[in-house]
Design a binder for this molecule. Structure first.
Ligand code: SF4
Ligand code: MG
Length: 322
């Protein structure tokens, strides 16, 4: 048990020629050891930016404040060299589209090997055996042969397994998976989710699982953080959240059944749009889209209200909605 990552009052803004724009507006949450925590919300709510902040992979015009405490070390204040040692070994990330994270010019085996080379003292022979084992662990067939393939020679599902193999090679205590199955078809999606669950159970890595899909979140996560417009708006253990969501945004996301548009993208039903980071916000950021909104919501930002059993909602009506 215990907490592996503790985020406190994290704020992230981007400095541009037109001014400073906040993408994350002061969020706090804990990632427990061995847990799988979902970070849910529509795109543009700050999920990926939060993930990149934990990895310290944000562009140089990003300003951070607050703390990200990882096993007693504050990632926000770390020197570049220190974060480089951590990244890929103690914390690693899996992206939506493995083609963007894999090097197209390198054989896939070498890409897993490179991570071991950077972070361990293993010999070449030990690393080769280890890479083959890891490839087998993530369900890749005939790893000795596959080792020598290039990313474009593999299917999308196999490429994502390679990306996962790279991510787990050094046995990280935390894995951040940002929409890792969105680009895959449903069958492969289910296999990758199962693989992540197995990694969590067998290797003990905690996982931050980013998604806009509540169906997937329910299947894989132990607890959920719902994000809207740079704020956390609801936090709860998964079962608690699905039995009784307390924030109108969460309720909307759950009601909205993902639909597929002509380009194969999923669309949601909640009327209106996520505010842009250039929009000035006053009051509750969800107010323009909220069917429960009343006068006060326009003027005042609600604070988190504790509802018991680690359930919190950032709405004036928390606990009174249903
Ligand atoms: Fe809706 Fe008001 Fe609650 Fe915001 S505070 S979610 S506008 S009811
Ligand atoms: Mg994103």
């Amino acid at each position: 048990e215990g907490v592996i990552l503790q985020v406190r009052d994290l704020k992230i803004s981007f400095t541009t020629a037109k001014g400073d724009f906040p993408a994350v507006r002061g969020i706090s949450f804990d990632i427990g050891r061995n847990s799988i925590v979902g970070l849910v919300g529509e795109s543009g709510c700050g999920k990926s930016v939060t993930a990149l902040a934990i990895m310290r992979l944000l562009p140089s015009n990003a300003q951070l404040s607050g703390t990200i405490d990882f096993s007693g070390r504050n990632i926000v204040a770390m020197h570049e060299e220190e974060i480089r040692k951590l990244r890929g070994s103690e914390i690693s990330m899996i992206f939506q589209e493995p083609l963007t994270s894999l090097n197209p010019l390198w054989k896939v085996g070498r890409q897993i090997d490179e991570n071991l080379k950077m972070h361990t003292k293993m010999s070449g022979g030990e690393r080769f055996r280890s890479v083959v084992d890891i490839m087998r662990d993530v369900g890749l067939p005939d790893p000795e042969r596959l080792y020598h393939k290039y990313p474009h020679e593999l299917s999308g599902g196999m490429r994502q397994r390679i990306a996962i193999a790279i991510a787990i090679a050094c046995r990280p205590s935390l894995i951040i998976a940002d929409e890792p199955t969105t680009a895959l078809d449903v069958t492969i999606q289910a296999q990758i989710l199962q693989l992540l669950k197995d990694i969590n159970r067998e290797k003990g890595s905690s996982i931050i699982f980013i998604s806009h899909n509540f169906g997937i979140i329910r299947e894989i996560c132990t607890s959920v953080c719902v994000m809207y417009a740079g704020h956390l708006v609801e936090v709860a253990p998964t079962e608690k959240l699905f039995c009784g969501p307390e924030h109108p945004y969460t309720i909307g996301l759950m009601k909205a059944i993902p639909k597929i548009d002509s380009k194969g993208r999923e669309l949601y039903d909640i009327p209106g749009k996520v505010p842009s980071i250039t929009d000035a916000l006053t009051g509750c950021p969800f107010e323009p889209r909220c069917e429960y909104a009343f006068e006060r919501c326009k003027r005042e930002l609600p604070q988190f209200k504790a509802l018991g059993d680690q359930h919190e909602s950032r709405c004036f009506l928390a606990g009174e909605l249903r």
